[in-house]
Design a protein around this ligand. Structure first.
Ligand code: SIN
Length: 284
């Protein structure tokens, strides 16, 4: 067995794609019901790698929903942004047609951060891809935190930040008022791995609590710059039947809008998971 391949007892293979983020899971047919042990192994890979990828999967909507249920309660899509796919209640269709300039998710963000209780996991199943381009990037926000000095880490652990989906609502021309602002710790501890995670993102974070936007901007910009080192992200090239499953606490992602012709159609399901602690860490 290769040093980078973790073969599990019941047969799935977990193959990391970079040191800090991303792993491909092989030897599995996700259209079939999975044993509790396989679900546990996939979840463990997700906690460790932040995002896992599966290739050549053939799932109808009912099988896809059943898969999501095995990991947690699926969340109904936000109907004001992307409504549920016809005939389903929890699958959102993330689509870009050739005549659309903008895509969905075309800047670094973490899903759900603008909600009072952000959901843990997102699954994305590829239904159509353009002939080139349309990849997605993920960054490890625990690796981003680890890059910072102990002094800055300690300062950040004492801060909260205010988040809003106002920019995204206006960029997507939804015509809806943004959801109310929410406040989360700037550094969260992952409820399963216990790792510290930098929990701010360019698409949704407005300012630090008690600071103005002007005061917050230089430090936020610094954190964003530190979070965009190529060493802490991975890039996934989609094919029809690829499925990515990521941990929204652990990662940022970015859908690259580098194609004009061809449609790109993804089916997304968000699932709930264990919540993170809302208290600030005041210790050293
Ligand atoms: C998203 O941000 O949820 C969409 C990601 C993608 O389409 O690659």
């Amino acid at each position: 067995m290769s040093a980078v391949m973790e073969r599990q007892a019941v047969g799935i293979e977990v193959v990391p794609v970079t040191t800090h983020v991303g792993a491909e899971i092989r030897n599995i047919d996700l259209s079939q019901p999975q044993s509790a042990e396989v679900i546990r192994q996939i979840r463990a890979a997700l906690v460790q790698h932040g995002v896992v990828f599966f290739r050549n999967q053939s799932l109808d909507s009912a099988q896809y929903e059943a898969l999501a249920h095995a990991f947690g309660k699926p969340v109904r899509p936000n109907s004001g942004i992307i409504p549920a796919l016809a005939g389903t209640t929890v699958i959102a269709e993330v689509r870009k047609d050739p005549d659309m300039g903008r895509n969905v998710g075309g800047s670094w963000h973490t899903d759900q951060v603008y909600r009072p209780n952000p959901s843990w996991g997102t699954m994305l199943l590829c239904r159509e891809v353009p002939t080139f381009g349309g990849d997605t990037l993920w960054a490890s926000m625990s690796a981003a935190y680890d890059r910072l000095s102990p002094g800055l880490q300690k300062t950040l652990r004492g801060l909260r930040a205010v988040h809003s989906n106002a920019n995204v609502q206006s960029r997507m021309n939804t015509g809806r008022a943004p959801d109310p602002d929410v406040v989360h710790p700037v550094v969260i501890r992952h409820p399963e791995s216990g790792r510290h995670i930098l929990y701010v993102s360019p698409s949704y974070t407005r300012h630090f609590e008690g600071w103005t936007e002007e005061e917050s901007k230089p430090l936020l910009d610094y954190l964003y710059q530190q979070s965009q080192h190529p060493e802490i992200f991975c890039r996934f090239h989609w094919e029809k039947g690829s499925l990515a499953f990521w941990d929204n606490y652990h990662t940022w992602h970015f859908a690259v809008n580098d194609y004009e012709a061809g449609e790109r159609v993804m089916h997304r399901i968000v699932v709930e998971g264990p919540p993170f602690d809302r208290e600030l860490e005041t210790g050293a």
